[in-house]
Ligand binder design. Structure first.
Ligand code: GLU
Length: 303
């Protein structure tokens, strides 16, 4: 019996949706329709300080206006911290995570001498400040209730990966714009000791997205090219947590007239403004999907 494909759109309600989100939602829902699959919506609201209920309400209105249909119930990550906690406990017990109490400014200070060492998102690579804290020091800091993040002990995580898969690298299948599969091999170590559980919330984007794609039975992850490099971390987490491997399609990002990537933080036109101005949604769809298909189309080189 063949399994019906499951696709999803997973926005974060920390601002208004913009044109880039419309492209992403259409690409995912079009692919679901083409494959005869299901289309789900997931609200990625782990960032409780920045996410707003009003953005979620608006998001539903925007997506309906775009003609997107999704199955109920909608998953909300803010309701799933206990599930993420169980997974991080397991990784911690395996010795694959360690607590890092370092503050932003301590990390910034320690990375000053090596500004070239950056992760694929351009953030300074964690210099291993608290990687080797003595157990007594950890206990003392915990007793003082110092906030901490949990970071991958990347070398140990890769050794576990090797025991499971026979390799310290990960692979995934990327579907190109025509749906042709390309096997990608990449190295999660380029992320260094990445944060798996943030200081402020009991999860991280990487942990939550990996667990939830598996929990929702997602077979095809469609999302923007800006998340292509993060897939190596997601594949590592899938292997360590025993979760299935979905297919991936990282679509090109929509650029503005100057070639700059659109983003909500730059104050680009929001879908709400267009909706309230009664913009022609079909024309918008044709224009944006055409523009996206004609941006640089090569699958990025793996980090
Ligand atoms: N929540 C993420 C975002 O809005 C997308 C996550 C994903 O599709 O994997 O950028």
């Amino acid at each position: 019996m063949s399994v019906r494909p499951v696709l999803r759109f997973a926005p974060s309600p920390n601002g208004e949706l913009h044109l880039g989100h419309a492209v992403s939602a259409w690409i995912g829902s079009d692919m679901a329709r083409r494959l005869g699959g299901r289309f789900l919506l997931r609200i990625e609201d782990i960032d409780i300080a920045r996410c707003r209920e009003a953005y979620i309400t608006q998001m539903y209105e925007d997506l309906r206006w775009l003609g997107i249909e999704w199955e109920e119930p909608v998953m909300r990550q803010s309701e799933r911290f206990a599930t993420y906690g169980r997974a991080s406990d397991m990784l911690l017990k395996l010795g694959l995570l360690y607590p890092c109490f370092a503050t932003r400014s301590e990390i910034a200070e320690a990375t000053k001498s090596n500004p070239e060492a950056r992760d694929p998102d351009g953030a300074p690579l964690y210099p291993g400040l608290h990687k080797h804290l003595a157990p007594e020091e950890i206990a003392a800091r915990l007793a003082r209730k110092e906030p901490f993040a949990l970071r991958f002990h990347m070398d140990r995580a890769l050794s576990s990966l090797e025991q499971i898969t026979g390799s310290r690298r990960v692979t995934f299948t990327e579907l190109d714009a025509e749906g042709v599969p390309v096997r990608i091999e990449c190295d999660p170590a380029v992320w260094g000791d990445a944060v798996v559980v943030r200081k402020d919330v009991p999860a991280s984007y990487h942990l939550a997205v990996t667990i939830d794609d598996a929990a929702q039975g997602v077979t095809h992850v469609t999302r923007g090219r800006d998340l292509f490099a993060a897939t190596s971390l997601h594949r590592l987490l899938q292997a360590l947590l025993g979760l299935p491997e979905p297919l991936y399609h990282h679509h090109p990002l929509l650029n503005d007239a100057t070639g700059r990537k659109l983003s909500k933080s730059d104050g680009d036109t929001s879908l709400r403004e267009l909706r309230e101005a009664s913009a022609d949604v079909l024309q918008l769809r044709r224009h944006l999907l055409f523009a996206t298909a004609n941006t640089e189309n090569a699958i990025p080189r793996p980090p």
